[in-house]
Design a protein around this ligand. Structure first.
Ligand code: SAM
Length: 481
């Protein structure tokens, strides 16, 4: 680790690791691990492995996770712009992989920006159910929205709210909740030495109180029988087992669940909790051993903590809709947006008409769970899939729509090989020339611009030429190509 470690941190780690501390310290002297997680809503991990333009090695405990070599520029490949993967340190892939999300679930990611876990949760939902992705920081929530849209996720509500405000709208609503809590970041010291300085300003004491507040609010938003996964990228028992102990003591309807076994995973360490927390009941103490710790000297990941909890299922009607709140949606639908109807018909795009809502000329497709739910007053950045804008009798499709479609769900496209330099030029905002040998499904009008069949954005064919309609805010700055 490049930066000097705080003495108190060293003392705590020695207490936690005993004779293994040296190995832990040694592991921090080498370069960290870099990884890539495949977006399985767009391509299967095995398929991606076959077409990957750079060398990959599997992350043994993550079915769609791979290690990257140190100098691989994976964010400079068109597949990145097609949303085929997210770049993520391998141990950070674990929380979303361990929350058993099923299609149709209502899922909350409470501290979601920039979307490392939310994108995986969205991929697992495969366009069904609802993902509410929240982050208190509005600027970070903007990055979160971009990443979710890049992944092609449309069943989303992206908010930037304080947890207690969210809780007042979504009491007992979610099937699954992920809290990837803000923490003192001890597992990030190697990757980001500035975390060491932050640690001295806001260490475990400070974060522990934030985390207790977060887990209490999240608990209230979980339905009976629902599951909550709490994770951090720190080693501090106070922030980890201590936060879980706080919930178990406060709310007896929660029980720890078994996490999947992997040979590098280490168990929870309730024995390292401070004096104050030592008055735990034997039952809670035992349960806390079921937490999972990832250490960089035991497996190839920077470090993480995870705990999976379930709320007792006292109620039998599992997914019964809550009493309908005042309708969030206006009654306007596709019938009042003929521009969309015309556009969708021409391009063969099928979106359930009852999901459509029009606000000031902007058209959205809302996930069913939001049709009858009032979110008025919540600070949100996106509701559902933004389809585009209707104005002057024309429909202009959005970048988010392009990312949610593919050659199988839209009959208008131009497809380049990903190695064709015109792809990078397109991503930079240029309008690349077309030749007769190019693969295109039509001669005029809107079309998806694809690389190896994966959608990148929109273009418009006019007189045999392709006009660039890639969203200007997403244009590539990379100096390659
Ligand atoms: N889950 C994210 C990912 O995988 O990309 C990383 C989340 S990061 C560890 C913690 C996040 O919590 C930060 O983005 C921070 O802005 C947010 N945060 C801090 N306090 C919060 C609060 N009280 N409510 C919601 N989010 C909060």
């Amino acid at each position: 680790m490049a930066a000097e470690l705080p003495e108190l941190f060293i003392k705590n780690m020695k207490e936690l690791l005993g004779g293994e501390y040296e190995a832990f310290w040694e592991s921090g002297q080498s370069a960290g691990f870099r990884g890539l997680r495949v977006n399985t809503s767009k391509i299967e991990a095995e398929k991606f492995e076959e077409i990957s333009p750079f060398p990959l090695k599997r992350v043994p405990w993550i079915s769609n996770g791979f290690y990257l070599e140190t100098h691989t520029q994976a964010s400079a490949h068109p597949y990145y712009a097609a949303g085929l993967y997210y770049l993520q340190e391998p141990s950070a892939m674990t929380p979303a992989a361990c929350l058993p999300v099923e299609e149709g679930d209502r899922v909350l990611d409470l501290c979601a920006a920039p979307g490392g876990k939310a994108t995986e949760l969205a991929a697992r939902l495969k366009g069904t159910g609802l993902l509410v992705a929240n982050d208190i920081s509005r600027s970070r929530a903007k990055g979160l929205l971009k990443n979710l849209e890049l992944f092609g996720a449309g069943n989303i509500l992206v908010t930037s709210e304080r947890p207690e405000r969210l809780a007042s709208y979504f009491t007992g609503f979610f099937d699954k909740i992920l809290i990837d809590a803000p923490c003192s970041g001890e597992g990030m010291f190697r990757k980001d030495p500035s975390m060491v300085r932050d640690w001295t300003e806001h260490g475990p004491d400070w974060y522990a109180s934030v985390q207790r507040e977060l887990i209490e609010q999240a608990a209230g938003m979980l339905r009976p029988g629902g599951m909550l996964l709490y994770s951090t990228c720190t080693f501090s028992p106070q922030e980890n087992e201590g936060t879980i102990a706080h919930l178990l003591k406060k709310d007896s309807s929660f029980r720890m669940c078994r996490l999947p076994d992997y040979k590098g995973f280490s168990s929870g360490r309730p024995d390292c909790l401070s004096e104050e927390a030592k008055g735990l009941s034997g039952d809670i103490f035992q349960q806390l051993k079921g937490c999972v710790r990832i250490y960089p000297h035991r497996m190839k990941g920077e470090g993480h903590f995870l705990a999976l909890l379930q709320k007792e299922d006292a109620v039998t009607d599992r997914k019964a809709p809550q009493k309908a709140a005042k309708s969030f949606a206006s009654k306007k639908n596709a019938a009042v947006c003929p521009e969309w109807e015309q556009f969708a018909k021409e391009l063969g795009i099928s979106i359930p008409p009852e999901s459509l809502r029009l606000y000031d000329g902007k058209l959205y497709s809302l996930p069913k769970d939001l049709w009858n739910r009032s979110i008025r007053g919540l600070r949100f950045l996106r509701t559902g899939l933004y389809l585009g804008e209707a104005a002057k009798k024309r429909f202009t499709p959005s970048q988010a729509l392009a990312m949610a479609l593919g050659k199988d769900t839209c009959n208008a496209w131009v497809d380049f090989p990903s190695s064709d330099s015109r792809v990078i030029r397109y991503l930079k905002g240029e309008s690349p020339e077309l030749t007769e040998s190019d693969s295109a499904s039509r001669e005029a009008g809107w079309c998806l611009v694809c690389a190896d069949g994966f959608s990148l954005g929109w273009g418009k064919l006019v007189n045999g030429q392709l006009r660039n309609k890639y969203y200007p805010g997403w244009r590539w700055q990379h100096a390659i190509g």
